[in-house]
Structure formats: structure tokens, C-alpha cells
Design a protein around this ligand. Structure first.
Ligand SMILES: NC(=O)c1ccc[n+]([C@@H]2O[C@H](COP(=O)([O-])OP(=O)(O)OC[C@H]3O[C@@H](n4cnc5c(N)ncnc54)[C@H](OP(=O)(O)O)[C@@H]3O)[C@@H](O)[C@H]2O)c1
Ligand SMILES: [Zn+2]
Length: 340
């Protein structure tokens, strides 16, 4: 029996445990990926703490996965052994429902999420549905490509589908895994970029990544500063905290939109007049499908956008996760295994 090493969460709130497991085999429409890298996303907290619908244990977390095709199921025609591929948060769809018929795969009634509804990338292998597989350009190395499959696609897709035009002010709240990529995308998409962070320690890096302005929410009145610039057309809120998002709403311009990306346990508080006066809005944004991920990878390669990463071997997954939870990762922790 061939085995692999994997990090498993046995139940809600349990520690990450390194285990030896049988290598899974792909079903007819699935592929087996030999994993080379997997990013550690803040959303892995849902698995660790047991807060997501349809989540079952034991579960291997991880949804920023890059590796090589090890085996294809018998119906899989478009992927080949050894090809470099990946999978992100969007982990498959039914191809039969109304949303799928319209190509709206992330809103599929039966959409699956990698590392939540099936085992994810904190392991040496994973089996994944072929319709969610992403081709990885040869120019990107696996560890740098991995974060683009959730942190990257979520921020790039949110921005490119927003109402902002080049020259508009985009504020990015929270300079972590998602935020530090959002700054780079916003700059390359031609916006005036404002980074908003708690403290001054990320100022140099944010500027280097392409932020034109930096606001320290610990000492500055962020909404006043944004209004002095004319207000933000878009506030990309990546902080995992509803009340932190609430404090920024008055920084929006007329017809400005807060795009909520961070997932928080507490509520966003807003009064009707805050939105009515100035026709402001708040909306959410979920990740993206395989095509959106491929667009993100290609745009990143063309525009020389790479995530800043710290790499850890699989057995140090717990430490990598703690770095991220404690806001110490610079700026995405990535697990590496089987590197070719
Ligand atoms: N919508 C989606 O599809 C999607 C996709 C991926 C992730 N997410 C969610 O997006 C959020 C960010 O993920 P990530 O991987 O980028 O996390 P991360 O690397 O931990 O970064 C989050 C950043 O938010 C700021 N922050 C943290 N706690 C805060 C607080 N209490 N108040 C204000 N700011 C705070 C920090 O930036 P500063 O130090 O600069 O303040 C931190 O670096 C998470 O909630 C995650 O679950 C959503
Ligand atoms: Zn994620």
C-alpha cells in the first residue's frame, strides 16, 4: 500500500495532526495531484474551528494547491500525467443546474469547496474534480503560484469586476495574504491605491508593492483622510472583522462600494443614511472559478506580480498557521512538499 503524509483536523477545535494515510485514488471524473505547495489561508480557520456548512471530519485543510498530475480518472481527457496544475477554493460544480448552464460555476447549487467538502492540500496528494483544475504557467514556481489560487483570484476578480475605472481611488483594508496581493493588482490595474493597516510596520512594504498612500488606522482618522482625497470608489475590506469594516464605510466616495471579502464572526454595522446619502453600497465577493484563477495567474505573470511568501515543510503546518493567525506571516505562509 502506498502512503502519504497529511495534516488532519480530527474534529472542530482539534490541533493539526501529522498522519500517514493511504494515497487516495481518483474516481472517473477526478485527478490525483502530487502536491508541491499549498498556501495557508485565513479561511483554513473554518476547518480548524468547525464553522462551515457541510464540513465533515476528519478533514485535511488547504485550498491553494499546486502540484503535478499523478493519475487521471478514466473519463478525464484534458489533463495529462506530470502536467503542472492546481486547485483553489472553488472545488467543483455539477454542470447540470441552472447556474452551471449559464457558466456561473461558483454559484452552482452543488458547488464543492476544496479542503472543506473534500480533503485539501495540507498533504502530499489530493484527489480533485477535473472541472475545477487550473493550469499553472511554467513561468511561475509552485510555491509562488499557490497563493494566487485563493488570495490572488479573490482580490483580482473582485477588482476587475468592480465599478472602478483607472484613476479611481481603491482602498485596501488589511495587509495580509489577500491585502498584499490586492495592492499589487490595484496598482497594475491603474488605480490610485490606499493601503489601510493597523500600525506603521507595513508601510514600507505596502509602498513597495504599489500603494500610493498608507493610512495607519491606529493613529489616523481613516475616513477623514479618505474624504480629503475625494473618497474611495472601492474599499476592498479583507480584515476578518466586521466592526473594523464598519469604521471605514464613511470613507467611501459618492456611489462608492465596500467590497466585503474578509469573513468575520461579528456584524458590519451601518445606518441607512450612511448608505442613502451618497448612494453608497456594501457587497460581498466570493473567490472565482478555474477560468478566473487562470486569468489571475496569467495577469500576475505578465505584470510581474508575486506573493511575498514564507515557506514551511508540511510537518510545520501548525507553526505556519499560527504565524498567519497571529498576523506575523510575511505575507503568505506556504507549505511545500515533493518539490521538483
Ligand atoms: N471572500 C473570499 O472569497 C475569501 C477568500 C479568501 C479569504 N477570505 C477571508 O479574507 C480574510 C483575509 O484572509 P487572509 O488570508 O488575507 O488573512 P491574513 O493573512 O490573516 O490577513 C488579514 C489581515 O487583516 C488585518 N486584520 C486582522 N485582524 C484584524 C482586526 N481584528 N481588525 C482589523 N484588521 C485586522 C491584518 O492586516 P493589518 O496588519 O494590515 O491591519 C491582517 O494581516 C479572512 O477573513 C479570510 O477568511 C475570503
Ligand atoms: Zn482562501
Amino acid at each position: 500500500m502506498q502512503t502519504m503524509r497529511a495534516i488532519v483536523v480530527e474534529k472542530a477545535g482539534a490541533a493539526f495532526t501529522l498522519v500517514e494515510r493511504k494515497i487516495p485514488q481518483p474516481g472517473p471524473d477526478e485527478i490525483l495531484i502530487q502536491i508541491e505547495a499549498c498556501g495557508v489561508c485565513h479561511s483554513d480557520l473554518f476547518v480548524k474551528e468547525g464553522i462551515f456548512p457541510g464540513l465533515e471530519y476528519p478533514r485535511i485543510p488547504g485550498h491553494e494547491v499546486v502540484g503535478r498530475v499523478a493519475k487521471c480518472g478514466k473519463n478525464v481527457k484534458i489533463w495529462e500525467k506530470d502536467q503542472r496544475v492546481g486547485i483553489g477554493w472553488h472545488g467543483g460544480h455539477c454542470l447540470e443546474c441552472e447556474a452551471c448552464r449559464r457558466g456561473n460555476f461558483i454559484h452552482c447549487e452543488k458547488a464543492k469547496i476544496t479542503g472543506i467538502h473534500f480533503d485539501g492540500g495540507y498533504a502530499e496528494y489530493l484527489v480533485a474534480p477535473s472541472e475545477a483544475i487550473v493550469k499553472i504557467p511554467e513561468e511561475l514556481n509552485s510555491a509562488e503560484a499557490a497563493p494566487l489560487l485563493c488570495a490572488g483570484v479573490t482580490t483580482f476578480n473582485a477588482l476587475r469586476n468592480s465599478s472602478a475605472r483607472p484613476g479611481d481611488i481603491i482602498a485596501v483594508q488589511g495587509i495580509g495574504g489577500l491585502g498584499h496581493l490586492a495592492i499589487q493588482y490595484a496598482n497594475k490595474l491603474g488605480y490610485e491605491v490606499v493601503a489601510i493597516s493597523q500600525g506603521s510596520k507595513k508601510k514600507k512594504l505596502a509602498k513597495r508593492l504599489g500603494a500610493h498612500h498608507y493610512l495607519d488606522s491606529n493613529v489616523q482618522q481613516v475616513t477623514e483622510e479618505l474624504q480629503k482625497m475625494g473618497g474611495a470608489k472601492i474599499i476592498l475590506a479583507t480584515a476578518p472583522n466586521g466592526s473594523a469594516m464598519s469604521t471605514l464605510i464613511d470613507g467611501l466616495s459618492v456611489k462608492g462600494t465596500m467590497i466585503v471579502i474578509g469573513v468575520a464572526g461579528d456584524l458590519i454595522k451601518v445606518s441607512p443614511t450612511q448608505l442613502i446619502t451618497g448612494q453608497k453600497s456594501i457587497k460581498g465577493w466570493p473567490s472565482g472559478d478555474a477560468k478566473a484563477s487562470e486569468d489571475t495567474l496569467y495577469f500576475s505573470f505578465l505584470q510581474n506580480i508575486t506573493p511575498k511568501i514564507e515557506t514551511y515543510p508540511l510537518e510545520r503546518a501548525s507553526e505556519a498557521y499560527q504565524q498567519m493567525i497571529n498576523n506575523k506571516a510575511q505575507f503568505r505562509a506556504v507549505l511545500t512538499m515533493n518539490e521538483s
